[in-house]
Design a protein around this ligand. Structure first.
Ligand code: PMP
Length: 302
């Protein structure tokens, strides 16, 4: 973990940060956060990927949940750059969090102060070193993804992650690396913390944005596909379409582009990373590492 924290406008060392056990967000989960990554480039620079989109989504999450923020877009944008700079990390995972304080517990949030913090740490390979090449084994979860009107899915709400954590934990205890959650109607929603793409007959198919997060990596994949003349269809996907996919992959800031090797023990693409997955993964990694000139405007230099 990094030693650098930005808390309510001040840069603090780890030992100087404290938080009350009565912090409202601890108890009820009403907080919102982001997961952002920086990457070292060959020229020695460090760049944050799509910081503008992540910062905007954080502010939208706050608006959706009714958390008033005491900081501007620019202040939160800059704090993310500064914590990476101060940490001296190149490949950092950056975590901004907006949370409610400890004035009072109970479900009435009126008058409870909101707080903001940003820190970062090193988080190299979400599913381990081999996963980007070899892929991962997943199961369709017995947990259903939240219905948008029970917990709004366009917002990264801290408490919403209980659903994903339970699905992920169940998958791991059953010998899989990750879970795929279905929505209330039985259509594929997403992974516990990543969006999903099916490759079928040369096209990319991904769930429309009903019950999944509007992922920033998902948006990047859609742009890559457009530029590579690969058809993309956003629609409902059934569980059996996962089984008969030509290729499958997860995408997200933490997992980057991770091939899915099997679903419910049914092998996908003979257990190999498929051609389109390979292409999208290379485009993604070249972009975030600053090797591709084409998508330079997605990078913010630290
Ligand atoms: N779905 C969920 C539930 C997530 O937590 C994440 C990670 N933020 C994603 C999808 C992928 O989103 P992004 O590409 O913006 O990281």
């Amino acid at each position: 973990m990094s030693d650098t924290y930005w808390v309510d406008g001040k840069y603090l060392k780890k030992e100087d940060v404290s938080i009350s056990p009565l912090t409202h967000t601890f108890h009820y989960g009403l907080g919102v956060f982001e997961g952002v990554r920086s990457y070292g480039a060959e020229d020695g620079s460090v760049n944050i990927f799509r910081l503008d989109e992540h910062t905007n989504r954080l502010l939208e999450s706050a608006k959706i949940t009714g958390i008033d923020i005491n900081f501007s877009y620019d202040e939160i944008f800059d704090a993310q750059i500064q914590v990476v700079k101060k940490s001296n990390l190149q490949n950092a995972y950056i975590r901004p969090l907006l949370y409610l304080g400890s004035e009072r517990l109970g479900l009435d949030i009126d008058g409870i102060d909101s707080h903001a913090m940003v820190t970062c740490w090193e988080w190299p390979a979400y599913f381990g070193e081999d996963a980007l090449e070899k892929g991962i084994d997943v199961m369709v979860s017995s947990f259903t993804r939240q219905f948008p009107n029970s917990l709004m899915t366009k917002s990264k709400i801290s408490g919403g992650y209980v659903n994903g954590i339970m699905a992920h934990d169940q998958a791991k205890k059953n010998g899989y690396q990750e879970a795929v959650l279905l929505d209330t109607n039985g259509f594929v929603a997403e992974g516990s913390g990543q969006n999903i793409f099916v490759v079928k007959d040369g096209s990319l198919i991904t769930p429309s944005l009903n019950c999944c997060l509007n992922g920033i990596t998902r948006r990047s994949v859609l742009k890559f596909a457009e530029d590579e003349n690969i058809d993309v269809i956003e629609r409902n996907i059934t569980r059996d379409e996962l089984y008969t996919a030509d290729e499958l992959f997860f995408c997200g800031t933490a997992v980057e582009i991770t091939p899915i090797r099997s679903v419910d023990k049914k092998l996908i693409c003979n257990g190999n990373r498929g051609e389109i997955t390979n292409l999208i993964q290379s485009l993604y990694l070249d972009t975030v590492q600053g090797k591709s000139k084409k998508y330079q405007d997605w990078l913010t230099r630290v």
